[in-house]
Ligand binder design. Structure first.
Ligand SMILES: O=C(O)CCC(=O)C(=O)O
Length: 259
């Protein structure tokens, strides 16, 4: 069995898969600088909350999520016509990084059908000690449950799935080295612990949809970019790619080609 079909079979069985060493150190270093730059531009945001509303006019972000190495993985799961739905850096600072409580992504998303794949790119080594993502294998077969608001403790999503649906003894830590990627299903139950360590834990979530998946929104969706292949007529309105302007944007390798 090739690596590709092994990982696809693992995803189908367990609801997740891991691809090692996908993105080179140079590009990851730029992503790490990008997180610092975004925080400088948005000093009121917590570093776990760098969401897709910030990417509409951000050429580096679009350059990163449209990298062919990431799209090639997405294509394995959703086929050749690929758009972006959303992306979010969850950067947990040392010592007080917030947890992500157990949840199913699909419960939050205005998508029809719920055909979507998440790639989670490790911008830092993501380990048990600094609050790596955790999944409950095979829960991708469970229907989507409504998320419950939960603010009794600090947490990234301010919500969680009803604990009656979570069997925490079955959880698996998704430990990743810098530049590696995990892939997960929209129904799988997952989350992560707080970061109490002295090392940052930053990951970039990237949600890719086939162009046949409709984003249900009356407003222009802030991260709807067509990334590969063809659109489907009447489904979604895609944004123009942002153009690089040295006065507004973080410089990056190859940024001239984006001006
Ligand atoms: O980064 C984390 O800790 C959790 C990520 C997550 O919930 C997601 O990618 O859907």
């Amino acid at each position: 069995m090739s690596d590709k079909s092994f990982l696809r079979a693992q995803y189908d069985r367990e609801g997740y898969a891991i691809y090692n060493d996908v993105i080179d150190r140079e590009l990851i270093a730029e992503a790490s600088d990008h997180v610092d730059w975004l925080l400088e531009q948005n000093p009121d945001l917590r570093p776990e909350q760098l969401h897709n509303n910030l990417m509409t006019d951000d050429p580096f972000w679009v350059r990163l999520i449209s990298d062919d190495r990431l799209l090639d993985i997405a294509e394995e799961f959703i086929g050749p016509n690929i758009a972006l739905f959303a992306s979010h850096y969850i950067s947990k600072p040392p010592t007080d990084g917030q947890p992500v409580l157990w949840h199913q992504d699909g419960s939050y998303w205005p998508l029809d059908p719920m055909e979507v794949v998440t790639l989670w790119l490790a911008v830092d080594d993501s380990l048990q000690e600094n609050g790596c993502m955790r999944v409950i294998p095979r829960t991708q077969n469970m229907e989507l449950h409504e998320m419950k608001r939960h603010t009794e403790e600090d947490n990234v999503l301010n919500s969680r799935i009803d604990p009656e649906f979570v069997n925490e003894e079955d959880a698996v830590d998704i430990e990743l080295t810098v530049g590696s990627v995990s892939v997960h299903h929209p129904n799988i139950v997952h989350g992560s612990n707080p970061n109490n360590s002295d090392r940052r834990r930053c990951g970039l979530t990237i949600r890719y949809i086939p162009t046949s998946t409709r984003i249900l929104s009356d407003d222009k969706w802030p991260s709807a970019f067509l990334l590969r292949g063809n659109p489907v007529e009447g489904v979604n309105q895609y944004l123009d790619y942002p153009r690089f302007d040295p006065k507004k944007h973080m410089a990056f390798s190859g940024c001239e080609e984006w001006s």
